[in-house]
Design a protein around this ligand. Structure first.
Ligand SMILES: Nc1nc2c(ncn2[C@@H]2O[C@H](COP(=O)(O)OP(=O)(O)OP(=O)(O)O)[C@@H](O)[C@H]2O)c(=O)[nH]1
Length: 530
């Protein structure tokens, strides 16, 4: 028989041999026979159980030991010999380095590695000056620890305490330093700090995820409110990591918009509903009354007419006529009453309508609080004003430059005329979307009006600002605006200017505007620094 070639042949032959040798059909027996048939070497199974037992037995008395044990367990869980090798060599390397740094014991023998020992078991040899750490480095380390504490140790008193001790130690005169002690303190602090940093990063990610979930849910439950849906989708996008203070400020502004608009929509709906309910109810009531009354009077007049038909004399007719006149009077009075009530109802409806109008005007004023443009989702003029104000104050505080770029879409009128106003709106949205993706996280874009946008570029000189805007132009060329089947290149001309200290914002905008016009005159689709 020829040697089995395919994996199926090998498997079949392995099973035959299992049966022939009357071996129990366990995975191990099958695997051994498979390799025997194939002529391959059986892979050594990863000794999970014994390694887990070793991991269990590892000590956890010191932070370094805890960390080593965790990494060891992680490598086992991954079935990775490479990771195990790395963990062991790193750990043993660190221990050896600590052993060489540790001062000799009284009997002159080299002490055992100390990095794994708890603080209380630190070397007991007399302190000696620490020659290895330059004073400058110590100053910087102390400052780093000082900056890290409020951020990462706010919820961890032990970390805070360790940090303070470390700062105090680092600020001692260098002659008082003892390298192993300092190393131990730094190691302990770094170890605990790593947990605090992991925790803080985890909290941020979880919070953002939570926020996104809230936005997604609001989005899902407002299918009949396109504006709110649009805002919620923008919020979901804005809540994507990475998080920065600017992103949070943007989120806050957008949320405020949503809250204002929501209140607006709710109030107006409630008012309109109430008015409609009242009017409809009273109208139906009155309609029923008129119908009943006219039916009653109709029967009465019918009866009078019949009696008149059968009357033999004038004397017989007189009371019937009298009765008919009374009925007619009563009908007229009833009709008048109903008519008065309907007039009253109309007056009330007019008053309610006026109230709704007043409310709408009031809410329109409230809408001035809105900071984002409804069409494009970027900041509106008001939002831009506060963003520029915030960034100029930040620039003054940090002594950095700040640039403004004013963008005006080229030949927009022609685009509107050829594709229609709605397509023009879509084109503006497209530009805002591309800009959001193209700009740096610290840059802010807002719609200044019509087809004009302003970009605020903090901590940027004019040349760099021009490069940022030119990159946006390239990105727009790479992402053509799609209208149905048609692709259109949207271009803009831009003026860039650096804000001068203490100048009014309008002066900088006017300069950017003048530069933008120079760009238009020079042939459009270009950036001019002014
Ligand atoms: N679709 C749409 N059009 C707008 C909006 N705001 C302003 N426009 C139009 O934008 C056009 C701007 O036209 P112009 O100021 O003549 O400028 P242009 O055609 O872009 O020409 P250049 O600036 O010289 O390149 C006007 O027709 C406005 O009606 C908007 O929100 N949506």
């Amino acid at each position: 028989m020829s040697a089995p070639q395919t994996p199926q042949d090998i498997a079949r032959e392995a099973i035959k041999r299992l049966a022939a040798r009357r071996l129990p059909p366990t995975p191990d027996n099958y695997q051994t026979l498979y390799h025997e048939v194939a002529g391959t070497r059986p892979l050594q199974p990863f000794p999970l159980q014994p390694l887990r037992q070793i991991a269990q037995a590892l000590p956890e008395r010191t932070p370094a030991q805890v960390r080593f044990k965790a990494l060891f367990q992680k490598a086992i869980a991954r079935h990775s010999w490479d990771d195990l090798e790395k963990v062991l060599t790193q750990h043993l390397g660190a221990a050896a380095a600590a052993a060489t740094l540790a001062p000799p014991a009284d009997n002159g023998a080299v002490t055992a590695p100390r990095t794994d020992e708890p603080a209380a078991e630190a070397p007991t040899a007399p302190d000696r000056p620490c020659p290895a750490l330059p004073t400058d480095a110590a100053v910087h380390i102390a400052r780093i620890v000082e900056f890290a504490l409020p951020v990462l140790a706010a919820d961890d008193p032990r970390l805070h305490e360790q940090g303070q001790e470390l700062i105090l130690y680092l600020r001692l005169p260098p002659t008082d330093w003892h390298l192993p002690t300092l190393q131990r303190m730094l190691g302990d602090f770094a170890y605990r700090l790593s947990f605090a940093a992991d925790e803080a990063a985890g909290v941020r990610i979880e919070l953002l995820a939570l926020l996104r979930q809230v936005f997604e849910h609001i989005d899902a439950i407002s299918p009949d409110n396109p504006w709110l849906r649009q805002q919620m989708q923008a919020l979901v996008r804005a809540a994507e990591p990475p998080l920065s203070q600017r992103r949070l400020e943007d989120l806050k502004g957008r949320l405020k918009d949503v809250i204002v608009k929501q209140a607006q929509a709710r109030e107006q709906t409630l008012q309109a509903q109430e008015l409609m309910r009242q009017t409809l109810a009273t109208f139906l009531e009155r309609l029923a009354e008129t119908t009943v009354a006219s039916t009653q009077y109709h029967a009465k007049f019918e009866a009078c007419a019949q009696r008149l038909e059968h009357a033999q004399s004038l004397a017989d007719m007189a009371p019937v006529v009298q009765e008919a006149i009374q009925a007619a009077r009563a009908f007229a009075t009833d009709t008048q009453r109903i008519s008065d009530e309907l007039t009253d109802l109309r007056d009330r409806a007019q008053r309610a309508e006026a109230e709704v109008q007043r409310l709408r005007r009031e809410l329109d004023q409230m809408a001035d609080l809105v900071t984002h443009d409804l069409l494009t989702g970027v900041l509106n003029r008001k939002g831009l004003e506060s963003a520029i104000d915030r960034e100029t104050r930040r620039a003054a505080r940090t002594g950095t430059r700040i640039c403004l770029a004013l963008l005006d879409v080229d030949d927009f009128k022609q685009l509107n005329d050829t594709l229609g106003h709605l397509a023009g709106d879509e084109a503006l949205r497209h530009l805002a979307d591309v800009a959001r993706r193209s700009l740096r996280p610290q840059d802010t874009i807002g719609r200044y009006g019509g087809e004009e946008f302003i970009i605020v570029l903090p901590d940027t000189d004019a040349a760099t600002a021009a490069q940022v805007v030119q990159r946006l132009q390239r990105d727009l060329s790479a992402h053509l605006f799609l209208h149905g089947e048609q692709q259109r290149l949207i271009t803009f001309s831009a003026g860039v200017t650096e804000m001068r200290a203490d100048e009014p914002v309008q002066a900088a905008i006017a300069r950017a505007d003048a530069a933008m016009y120079r760009a238009k005159r020079a042939g459009k689709n270009r950036v001019v620094v002014g």
